[in-house]
Ligand binder design. Structure first.
Ligand SMILES: Cc1ncc(COP(=O)(O)O)c(C=O)c1O
Length: 382
C-alpha cells in the first residue's frame, strides 16, 4: 500500500474507534480546570511570575535570563544557572547529586539505555508511563513487565532471574499518572536490597505534592538515600520545564558521559533554569497547599464512592473509570460544555476497556467547587 493511502486508512481506523486525538484550544474561562498538572497552582499564580520578571527587569539583561543556550550542556550550553539549580536540588534531597535534563521524557528515554547492557534485565511496572516504555525499548537489556504494583510477582521474577543476569534494574513510578495510586517504596527498597537490584523511581506526579518539603513519596517514606535514581520533572507541580535525576556522584558522571538525550540536544535556556530554581524554593515552602490537596483528594474519592461512582488510587489524581471509549469522550465533552475542563483518557494510554476521565486536582480548588463538579458529573451520568 502506498504510504499516504496507509496513513489515511490508519486515521480512518482511529476515527472509527473513537480514538482520534486532536490538539484542542483550551484557552478560555473555565469554572474549574481538572486537567492540568499544575498541582500546587504555581503556574496559575501571577504573583510568583511577576516577582520573577521583576528580578529580570531589575538586573541588566544578564546571561541568567537569556532565552536560549545555543548549545549542548557538554559544549557551551552549561550556563551557571545549572550549577545553582543542581545545588538547590541536592539540598532538597539530603545532599545527593543532581543532574538536570530537558524534560522527563528525555530522562526516561535516556537513563535506562545509558546504564544497562544486553547482560541485564529490567523489571518494569505494567502501568509505567510511555516515556519509561520507550526507554525500555531503546535499551539493549532484556525487559519484563510485572503486574501493576504486584510485588509478590516482582519478587518471584527477581528470585528466578537473579543468577542469570549481570544486573537487575527495577523501575516504577511513585504516583501513577493514570491511576493515581502509589507504589510501595518501602517494599521496593527491601526487594532491591534483598536481590542486589538497582531501583529507579519516577516521581513526576509526586514532586511538589508529597513529602514535608515536596521532594516526593521518597521523602514521605524516608528512603531518599536508598533509591539509586530518583527522577523528577519541572513540568508539573514545579510549573517550569525540564527534569532531574537524583543519584550518586559516580552515576552522575557516567550519565554525563553516556546519556544521549543529555549529550546530543541543546541545553535548556538560562531563563527557564533560573525560573526552576526560583519556583523550587517557593514550592518547598507550600506545606499548607500540600495538606489541602491531600484532603481534597480524600474528599473527592469519598463523595464519588458515596454516589456509586467507581474510582481508584489514593492521591490527587483520580480516575473515573467509564470503560467505553465513546462514552468517555461524550461525557468529557458534556462536562466541558458545563465549564469543567476534563479530558477522556483512552487506549493505548490506558489498557483496553478502561477508558476514563482523569481528574487531576490542584490546591486552588475549594470544597464548594468540588461539590459543584460532582453534582454535575452525577447528573450527566444519570
Ligand atoms: C510518569 C511520567 N514520567 C515522565 C513524564 C514526562 O515528563 P515531561 O513532561 O517533563 O517530559 C511524564 C509526563 O506526563 C510522566 O507522567
Amino acid at each position: 500500500m502506498k504510504f499516504y493511502d496507509n496513513i489515511t486508512e490508519r486515521l480512518e481506523q482511529l476515527t472509527d474507534h473513537d480514538r482520534l486525538r486532536s490538539l484542542k484550544n483550551t484557552a478560555g474561562e473555565w469554572r474549574l480546570n481538572l486537567s492540568s498538572n499544575d498541582y500546587i497552582g504555581a503556574a496559575a499564580s501571577d504573583v510568583w511570575q511577576r516577582e520573577f520578571y521583576q528580578s529580570v527587569n531589575n538586573s541588566e539583561l544578564s546571561d541568567n535570563f537569556k532565552l536560549t543556550s545555543s548549545s549542548s550542556r557538554l559544549l557551551t550550553g552549561n550556563h551557571p544557572g545549572y550549577r545553582q539549580l543542581e545545588a538547590d536540588l541536592s539540598l532538597l534531597y539530603d545532599g545527593r547529586e543532581a543532574l538536570v535534563f530537558n524534560s522527563g521524557y528525555h530522562a526516561n528515554v535516556g537513563i535506562l539505555p545509558a546504564i544497562s547492557n544486553p547482560k541485564d534485565l529490567i523489571l518494569s511496572d505494567k502501568l509505567n508511563h510511555a516515556s519509561i516504555i520507550d526507554g525500555l525499548r531503546l535499551s539493549d537489556a532484556k525487559f519484563k513487565r510485572y503486574h501493576h504494583c504486584d510485588y509478590d510477582q516482582l519478587e518471584q521474577l527477581l528470585a528466578s532471574n537473579v543468577a542469570d543476569y549481570r544486573q537487575i534494574f527495577i523501575i516504577t513510578e511513585s504516583v501513577f499518572s493514570m491511576d493515581g495510586d502509589i507504589a510501595d517504596l518501602d517494599r521496593l527498597v527491601m526487594l532491591k536490597k534483598r536481590y542486589n537490584a538497582i531501583l529507579i523511581v519516577d516521581e513526576a506526579h509526586a514532586v511538589g505534592v508529597f513529602g514535608k518539603n515536596g521532594a516526593g513519596i521518597c521523602e514521605d517514606c524516608g528512603v531518599i538515600d536508598e533509591i539509586d535514581i530518583i527522577i523528577g520533572t519541572f513540568g508539573k507541580a514545579l510549573a517550569s520545564l525540564g527534569a532531574y535525576a537524583i543519584t550518586n556522584s559516580e552515576l552522575k558522571k557516567f550519565l554525563i558521559n553516556k546519556m544521549r538525550p543529555l549529550i546530543f540536544t541543546t541545553a535548556l535556556p538560562p531563563v527557564i533554569v533560573n525560573w526552576s530554581s526560583f519556583i523550587l524554593k517557593k514550592i518547598i515552602a507550600c506545606r499548607d497547599e500540600r495538606q489541602h490537596l491531600q484532603q481534597l483528594g480524600q474528599l473527592c474519592r469519598d463523595e464519588l464512592t458515596k454516589r456509586g461512582i467507581d474510582t481508584r488510587g489514593t492521591s490527587h489524581i483520580i480516575p473515573i473509570i467509564i470503560g467505553d471509549d465513546k462514552k468517555s469522550v461524550v461525557l468529557a465533552e458534556k462536562l466541558r460544555n458545563e465549564g469543567f475542563l476534563v479530558f477522556p483518557i483512552r487506549p493505548p494510554t490506558v489498557p483496553p476497556n478502561s477508558s476514563r476521565l482523569r481528574l487531576s486536582l490542584h490546591a486552588g480548588i475549594n470544597e464548594h467547587d468540588l461539590e459543584e463538579f460532582i453534582d454535575c458529573l452525577c447528573n450527566l451520568i444519570g
